[in-house]
Write a protein that binds this ligand. Structure first.
Ligand SMILES: [Zn+2]
Length: 378
């Protein structure tokens, strides 16, 4: 590495370009040119240049940053993630507005927020006998939690494409909106499907849920998917994913991610942790309690919630000694029998299917259709 921190003019760094929210990102390389960042993507789109004076960052680039997340006034809605400390340092030298005084104001605000957090931590530790991780999670602004969630989701789903067929997305949005009606804070969860054979569904921080194609394939009715989503939303409402990450990697590391400074090795673990690490039995009960409330508020029958978990359990037993795909998912969502009992105890209420037949087909085929579209485009 050269002694001064600017990179060689044509050094290329790995980058990931997202044209707009909801569109799968494209990989490529970024290098620091004369007037701007030169972006070359592997998807075959022409090389683009993002001028230095048009660049913007959510969080100022810090001296020890190891990657950067950028947007540009020339291409609204698009974002560019570039990996590497040399690139971050070189960019800071060329586009000082990304590091300058705004950074100090930001740092002060962050300092105040940190102070508030630690004061809260101590108070919670004194007043409450349980771990204050959830309490801390509660004090975090949604935008911070979203950033933590994006990091976790991106690191975990890296090898899998997001399924973005428009008809399927419409069905998914319809279902998420309907289920979100009963959420006290009035937020709508952001649910995304990934082309991933492993059956899984998990809540990530910032009111986001990841569903896999494997799970949609296994589901036999929209009510079953609604049950799974409602359960994951329950985890999200209780901030279980946020608390799990804070407990798992520590508050300091979690804050680093939320403030956009570091990623690196610990980052992949954050995503993996969410998918692998089970919640406590009491957390599962809390999630189920919310699930029943959400289903009721949406006028969706709760039976699907019990059915799906039960069938997964049976499938696992039938698969015997073969490595059961469902295992990790079931292990992270225990108590299937208790869930069925809970559902049975519910007083009946008027309900309609979670999705009409057409929307259900659209959702079921969201990943296949996405693949077909990509083939046609190539
Ligand atoms: Zn669960």
């Amino acid at each position: 590495m050269p002694a001064d921190r600017s990179p060689a003019p044509f050094a290329k760094s790995y980058c990931r370009f997202t044209a707009r929210r909801g569109v799968p990102p494209a990989d490529g390389t970024a290098s620091l040119g004369e007037t701007g960042i030169e972006i070359k993507l592997t998807d075959g789109t022409p090389r683009r240049i993002w001028r230095y004076d048009e660049l913007k960052v959510d969080e100022p680039i810090r001296p020890n940053a190891i990657n950067v997340l950028l947007s540009s006034g020339e291409e609204p809605g698009a974002s560019l993630f570039v990996q590497g400390p040399e690139f971050a340092a070189g960019l800071g030298a060329r586009a000082s507005q990304l590091t300058a005084r705004i950074g100090q104001v930001r740092r002060r605000r962050i300092g105040i927020a940190l102070l508030a957090l630690f004061t809260g931590l101590i108070a919670a530790g004194v007043i409450l006998s349980w771990s204050p991780a959830k309490w801390i999670a509660n004090t975090l602004p949604l935008s911070w939690r979203e950033r933590l969630g994006n990091t976790a989701r991106e690191s975990l789903t890296e090898d899998h494409k997001e399924c973005v067929d428009p008809a399927g997305l419409t069905a998914l949005k319809k279902l998420a909106t309907r289920l979100s009606m009963g959420i006290p804070a009035g937020n709508t969860f952001d649910v995304r499907v990934y082309d991933w054979q492993l059956m899984n569904a998990f809540a990530v921080p910032g009111e986001q849920i990841v569903l896999t194609k494997g799970l949609l394939d296994k589901a036999q009715s929209p009510d079953e998917v609604a049950g799974v989503l409602a359960h994951e939303m329950g985890h999200g409402i209780e901030l279980h994913p946020e608390a799990a990450i804070i407990r798992g990697v520590g508050l300091g590391a979690a804050l680093e991610i939320m403030l956009g400074g570091t990623t690196g090795g610990g980052l992949a673990n954050v995503g993996l942790m969410l998918a692998q690490l089970g919640y406590s039995r009491s957390a599962e009960r809390e999630a189920d309690k919310h699930a029943l409330e959400l289903l009721k508020a949406a006028a969706i029958a709760p039976k699907g919630l019990g059915d799906f978990f039960t069938r997964v359990m049976k499938m696992e037993a039938d698969e015997g000694s073969a490595p059961p795909k469902a295992l990790s998912w079931l292990r992270t969502h225990p108590l299937p029998e208790e869930r069925v009992r809970l559902v049975r105890q519910q007083a009946a209420y008027p309900a309609t299917p979670a999705l009409d037949a057409q929307s259900w087909q659209d959702l079921k085929s969201i990943c296949d259709k996405t693949r077909e579209r990509e083939k046609d485009e190539n």
